[in-house]
Design a protein. Sequence first.
Lengths: 491, 174
Amino acid sequence: MTSAFLTFGDAWRNLGPEIILTVFAFVIMIVEFIVTGTKKQIAPWLSVIGIIVAMIVTAARLSGVPGLSLPVNAVDDFGTIFKLLLLLSSGLVILLAIGSRKQESLPYEYSYLVLFATVGAMIMASATDLITMYVGLELLSITTYILVALYKKSIRSSEGGLKYLIIGSIASATFLYGLSFLYGMTGSTQLGTIIANVQSGWSSYPGMMFLSLALIIVGLGVKLSVAPFHLWTADVYEGAPTPVSAYLAVVSKAAAFALLLRLLIAAYGQGMGQWYGIVAWLAVITMVIGNVGALTQKNVKRLLAYSSIAQAGYLLVPFAAIGQTATTANISQGLSAIVFYLFAYALMTIGAFAIFAVVAGARASEGIDAFNGLYRRSPWLASAMAIFLLSLAGMPLTAGFFGKFLIFLVAFNTSQYWLGVLLFATSVIAFYYYFAILRAMFMREPVGDRDPVKGTGVMHVVVTLCVVGTLVLGVFPSSLMGLLNGLHWFG
Amino acid sequence: MLFGIPITGETVSFFLLALIIIVSGVMLLTLDKVMHMALALGGVFLGVAGIFILLGSDFLGMVQILIYAGAITILMVFALMLTQKGDDTSSPPTSGVRAIFTLLGVVVFAVTVLLVIRSTSWPVNRPAVEPFAKPTVTLIANAMFHTYTVPFELVSLILTAALVGAVVIAKKED
């Protein structure tokens, strides 16, 4: 079975955005190597440009520029919308890194390492072959291990990097073990052939199918920081440089979600009625553990880490809910809800991490008391943080509320009322710990001086973009919903 | 017939190789000196190479010996000799509760996998595999440069990122 060599034209129509990012990454690597001193500051800006160009090429696919699906990597609306989300978040994270340069000066190598990681994340969103999926996952994982350990002045950054390396490698190995069983039962690594052969897999080897499914869920569950595989999350987020924590919380998680959704719907979709209960229970455990764990945190970064665990639980709810009645309409409603919530989650999480970086840098403390009296010092930053936190908690008129409402609707549509009710019950806990920060910002007096907390201009741009995005998605959700409803997810 | 498995040259060599892999793997985890661990890893690689050859992938088996058992193990040994100073033995603190939970996890996982494998009815009427019927180098080349071009190119990105990352993390602050 000899096929033709892959021509560049075909590769471009299949992997255009990834090729752009890769070329930019190598150019930036050379530029960063050649120039010296303050001129190195150009490197992260070049990667922002690369991401914008890649976003334009990706967005063009949604408006009808045809792509070409290869057997190993598809071009479909599911992958494209996830790639837009990943690129948007990566761009914001690089801006965040530029803006927090004064507090945490990362080596400039981060500007192309982030691009490599984003290429891996984008491959995860569109791969239709088990090998491509695994390679994409490893590209993202290995690069993020490095990024976590990049802030060499802090011993906790190295510790976090090592922890993430060990736990992430075990997770990757578990995931690969699961894939190997799937390959053994269906005789192919390509999703198209797997879908054709999987019927006989469910009837002849049901035990093996469940074993491989469990291993895949465990492996990706670690990357998603779904409870009970979440124990690394708080330590790694706390140790990592703040922009990298935001990257892990948003890009890494969204990419793992894309991979999990495509793999489970395609390869295991026929037996969904039998296994959706596993995902439902994972969602429940994650929502409860994430929200309860956040209650006792005094460090804001750890608090955001636990809140991101809880958010992963909310994101699993629509997936679990479509399990019982997996019709095409239900699946696309569930996918719309997940993608909408991921967009909202990306904006509010990156915004919250940005303000945390400004405040923690200015007050030299990562605790909640660093936020004491922030409203007296810098009303704009305090108000923006309030919007992000209320959105994370699910307050009406913010993106987070509408995202949760969509997830709730999916759960109700498929008569999984208990999941919807649990979603709101655990959100009530979330209000409590978000209010601890709000109380510190608005009710407490500033400790010591009353100097305003100043962020750099870039930081204000990031915060403003996130605030505008959070409010627009909250007040006019139809702007994104219209787009999502028109998508043909898997082509 | 032993436990329902026919005793042939193939099964005997498989169990011997499996024994080598398992013993080396356990030694890798339990030995005290890092240098000894690296050598035990070499044993794992050699055993896996034997399994590859047993499965009819002669080229892959040889490459496994050349690159993994040869180059990578030696590289690791060199890296250890260059960086290790003084006593490299370390005995990690062991806690009883943790050991019990680890044992529990391992036993549960092993029993699950074993039960699933035993309860699955495997297709048995396979024709005998002709050893080394096809030139495996051609098959590997076709897979790498036709079917899996995209992941193959992506692996080069992983290597670049890993190499750059290793340098960035290891170099001194300027």
